[in-house]
Design a protein around this ligand. Structure first.
Ligand SMILES: [Ca+2]
Length: 196
């Protein structure tokens, strides 16, 4: 075996050892990371998010799924839905993150009437407050990427105002039937779920 063949054989063996080492001895970090990501991702067939400008104003997201009381900051969980984050605005004493958003996740896209709205809870802002809202549905063929049920901006003019994001029915076959017009929860303090 000449010198060149010996070197080629040595390089081949080194390469095979490296492949063996990488696949069988080194922990599979990407798979582990993917698995961990799944553990911390919110799971639900209906996910609702709102966001508003980074100002010191507290907006609340409210969601009512069929047969349940409205879910919001004062009543943050039900059989089907949970408010995962109540954003309190930009005051560093109560909210250290300079981003304003809230999210509610509902386990099932249950058939029946749904109502999603926002409420201007507190803080002062000289202009109309624009709240960006998105509802996504993760069922059937859309269970990975999700279907955008609605993506819109609603306006809250002053403290105490409410705005409807969407009033809709989910039919037994999973179709979203949007109901035109506004429907409000009536979120004066005495009417907020969980405040009694
Ligand atoms: Ca809030």
């Amino acid at each position: 075996m000449n010198r060149m063949v010996q070197l080629a054989f040595r390089d081949l063996m080194c390469g095979l050892f490296a492949v063996f080492f990488l696949f069988f001895l080194v922990p599979h970090k990407p798979d582990e990371a993917k698995s961990m990501e799944g553990l911390v991702a919110p799971h639900g067939e209906i996910v609702i998010g709102i966001a508003w400008d980074p100002i010191n104003v507290d907006v609340d997201l409210w969601v009512q799924s069929p047969g349940e009381n409205p879910i919001g900051y004062s009543n943050a969980g039900s059989r089907n839905c949970n408010l995962l984050r109540d954003d309190l605005g930009m005051s560093p004493e109560v909210d250290p993150l300079p981003v304003n958003f809230e999210r509610t996740v509902c386990r099932m896209a249950e058939p029946g009437e749904w109502l999603v709205g926002v409420h201007y809870y507190g803080g002062q802002y000289e202009e109309d407050l624009q709240v960006h809202a998105v509802i996504r549905k993760y069922t059937g063929a859309d269970n990975v990427k999700g279907q955008v049920v609605i993506d819109k901006t609603v306006v809250l003019a002053r403290k105490g105002d409410e705005a409807t994001v969407l009033h809709f029915f989910i039919t037994p076959n999973g179709y979203v039937d949007k109901i035109p017009g506004d429907k409000h929860f009536g979120l004066a303090k005495e009417n907020r779920p969980g405040m009694h």
